[in-house]
Design a binder for this molecule. Structure first.
Ligand code: AMP
Length: 472
């Protein structure tokens, strides 16, 4: 536990050219003196406004047509059902159009993708060439999701958008890049390998935009080497856009290194999770966590929950819970790093399309995934880093919708739970559950008896419990 509480000591390399040295001056609007101190946006404090909700009072003060976007972009937003811009869109789109580098911090689900995709596509339409923009994101699934969104926003532009991620054929990706797509969406490791090919790096010599999505994760020490290669291949005159749901000391340092030239937007209204998210916890002995998990899942229909993500800390727990839930006819989808990329994509597709209502995942799924039917997030294992909690629960209650997060707290999790509550700035309520009901429900289920016949390689406390209910 002590190790979990340890502070991160990553330091940003001060030579990182994250922000372009000479930001392009505004074309669309007359703007401020570059020597002015950075604009720290005022936190708008309208009562009961929800910054991630486009229909909130605060968001209504701005219209998409006020942001400087072209007519085709306005029409596309309308067709996609985006009536009003969210806060992060209202603040960042005009700045990006004016040529500024941007660091945008906003709650997960607040419309950050459109905040950078729309202005990039607006500029692309004025002067189309490839590769116009490179977007880097930490996970392969997020890369595919971003590409879907770019394609939707750029549907009337005949946009050519390529995804280059690990686990897929390198040669095919190299050929795709040689075809100079307009937008490339990549994970750091794979783009580094491709950029090291001398035939491919010139393809990026005129790139206008570099986006680091989930920037806090990317500026992690683990990706510095990859980013260094990226920076070397992109022109200095590009715009750099960083978006993140959480601030880290590395991002803070970068902001300072930008010498006040980058526009910094921070949206939080005191809390890092949205008002529409109901956060609860449930306490139990460690050896009966599965019992409580199954109980919560049995209440999904009654609670009107369409789909749920269960977060666990290890791939082996993903496999174990998956086998167990399959025995109970749940047919869950799974997402963890030890699966092949095609299995990961197929699993995510099954969950997104509603064929599976439960996804069991490691933190691979904790960031950015935008699946509107997710009404419930269960932290089967608490995340070690409270920041990961914020990302995990952000898979529900997105774009103004409601959602529920339930954390399973075992006997040694108390300290971690307190750290999470401190990070979020809220005290969580207890998930209502009658212990008798939990226990009786289990003994009623015939399928558990079948599960007892399973040959699990890891001992399952649930099975022990069924043998010895009186001990619980
Ligand atoms: P993101 O934070 O970019 O993952 O977006 C979260 C969800 O909000 C996505 O499903 C978007 O399609 C949706 N969204 C983004 N901007 C708007 C908007 N202005 N109005 C309504 N929905 C939006």
């Amino acid at each position: 536990m002590e190790e979990q509480q340890q502070e991160k000591t990553h330091v940003v390399d001060s030579n990182f050219p994250l922000f372009s040295k000479t930001p392009k001056r505004p074309k669309l609007q007359k703007t401020q003196n570059p020597d002015e101190s950075p604009e720290i946006p005022k936190l708008e404090k309208e009562a009961s406004s929800n910054p991630s909700n486009p229909d909130s009072a605060a968001a209504k003060t701005t219209l998409f047509s006020d942001l400087g976007l072209s007519e085709w972009a306005l029409q596309t937003c309308k067709e996609l059902g985006m009536k009003n811009p969210t806060q992060v869109q209202s603040h960042c789109i005009p700045k990006i159009l004016s040529g500024r580098d941007v660091l945008g911090l906003a709650q997960t689900g607040s419309g950050k993708t459109a905040a950078f995709a729309l202005p990039i596509l607006h500029r692309l339409a004025e002067d189309p060439f490839g590769v116009f923009a490179l977007v880097i994101t930490p996970t392969r699934e997020l890369a595919y999701q971003l590409a879907e969104q770019f394609r939707a926003f750029g549907s009337c532009l005949h946009l050519r958008c390529a995804v280059v991620v690990g686990g897929m054929d390198l040669l095919t990706q190299a050929k795709t890049l040689m075809g100079r797509p307009h937008v490339v969406i990549a994970t750091p490791g794979r783009i580094k390998v491709l950029l090291e090919n001398p035939d491919i790096s010139p393809v990026f010599s005129r790139t206008k935009f570099l986006v680091l999505d989930e920037a806090d994760r990317l500026i992690d020490v683990g990706f510095q080497e990859e980013l260094r290669v990226v920076f070397k291949c992109l022109p200095k005159s590009r715009q750099t856009l960083l978006f993140s749901a959480t601030m880290t000391s590395e991002l803070q340092t970068l902001l300072e290194l930008s010498e006040n030239k980058a526009y910094f937007y921070e949206e939080y209204e005191g809390f890092k999770t949205v008002d529409t998210l109901n956060q609860q916890y449930i306490q139990m002995p460690k050896n009966v966590k599965e019992v409580y998990l199954v109980y919560i899942l049995s209440k999904m229909e009654e609670m009107g929950i369409r789909s749920a993500i269960i977060f666990v800390s290890a791939c082996s727990t993903c496999r174990l819970l998956s086998s167990l839930l399959k025995e109970l006819d749940h047919e869950p989808a799974t997402l963890y790093s030890l699966e092949s990329q095609s299995a990961r994509l197929a699993s995510l597709h099954r969950f997104k399309s509603g064929q599976a209502s439960i996804l069991i995942a490691t933190d691979l799924a904790s960031r950015g995934l935008d699946i509107p039917t997710v009404d419930l997030v269960i932290n089967y294992d608490l995340p070690r880093d409270p920041t990961d909690y914020v990302h995990r629960v952000g898979r529900t209650a997105r774009a103004g919708r409601e959602g529920l997060a339930v954390s399973l707290v075992a006997q040694h999790d108390g300290k971690l739970m307190k750290a999470i509550e401190a990070e979020v700035g809220k005290q969580f309520e207890k998930f209502e559950c009658k212990e008798n009901e939990v226990l009786s429900d289990i003994t009623k289920q015939g399928s558990y008896r079948d599960a007892m016949q399973l040959d699990f390689t890891i001992s399952t406390p649930l099975l022990q419990y069924i043998h010895m209910p009186m001990l619980v």
